[in-house]
Ligand binder design. Structure first.
Ligand SMILES: [Mg+2]
Length: 140
């Protein structure tokens, strides 16, 4: 089971992503509407992967990425953004985000990205290189 937290201030985006990802039996999905809610949700639920919007009120995705990665370096963060905001994306990656995706990505592409960052986490957590290719062959 991969615990996913969707962080986006736009309700329609949150709900759409939740519907798409909840269809996968390996995913459990929660949502947050801004960075403050992300921090609360992380303390409560310890997600494996956060899909992080950049532009959110209260606390934006860059600042939130920094706080989460400082306190929970094992949580994987994928930046999910409408814009190719080079400066913001660069900052988020510098703070430890695993990568970024544009919101125009397909559902399959998003699911593969989540599985890929989780597999990397699982492989390093159990320090077994032999698990690594299996995850990727299973997801392709
Ligand atoms: Mg936004």
């Amino acid at each position: 089971m991969i615990k996913i937290l969707i962080a986006d201030d736009q309700e329609l985006i949150r709900d759409s992503l939740r519907i798409v990802l909840s269809g996968n039996p390996d995913f459990s999905v929660n949502t947050a509407a801004n960075g403050i809610e992300v921090v609360r949700a992380v303390r409560r639920d310890k997600p494996d992967v956060i899909l992080m919007d950049i532009r959110m009120p209260e606390m934006d995705g860059v600042q939130c990425t920094q706080i989460i990665k400082e306190n929970y370096p094992e949580i994987k963060i994928i930046i999910l953004t409408t814009f190719d905001d080079d400066e913001y994306i660069f900052s988020a990656l510098k703070h430890g985000a695993s990568g970024y995706l544009l919101k125009g990505i397909s559902a399959d592409g998003l699911i593969e990205a989540i599985q890929a960052v989780s597999a990397r986490f699982a492989a390093s957590a159990c320090a077994s290189a032999s698990n690594f290719p299996a995850f990727f062959s299973a997801s392709t």
